[in-house]
Design a protein around this ligand. Sequence first.
Ligand SMILES: [Zn+2]
Ligand SMILES: [Zn+2]
Length: 171
Amino acid sequence: MLCCEYSFELCEIPRNFKSLQLHFYKTPCHYCNAQVQHSVTCLLCGVTMCYSRPCGSVQETKAANEGVLSWHARVHEGGGSIYLQPNDGTILLLQNGAGATFDTPFRSKYGELVGPSSTDGGAFNIDEHGGGQGALDSIKKLYVDSQLANAVLQQRKNPDSAYKIYLKHAI
Ligand SMILES: [Zn+2]
Ligand SMILES: [Zn+2]
């Protein structure tokens, strides 16, 4: 019998950080059609949506205080999803309204993570050299093994976790 577990793939995204930014620069929100500076893209289905501003188009269907990311994860992904933030390349895991960020898989050949001070985005890739492919594979494995909730919980226990900033926004 075939094991379907390992046939699952995340959506294709540009593997080079500069290409990623060019690709998403003008990608409008799937729901409200606005071109926003800070969008996220769902790595399970490929839909891009607003992050830093309220997305108005799905208000009626959302629960109170629920942001579009939580709504999308709940309604379209069965509760949990993996989002990529194209502006900084970080990964956001959401499970039942709780979120945690994970390091970017875009890395230099020396393993440095792309960041705000990186002047040449073209030097950062998801590949074997810098370890980004392994980082993305382990996030995919969390999903395949139904471990998103545990990963979010672990991140919350980490005092350095950035999750608190996300609670200020309705995600
Ligand atoms: Zn999705
Ligand atoms: Zn929107």
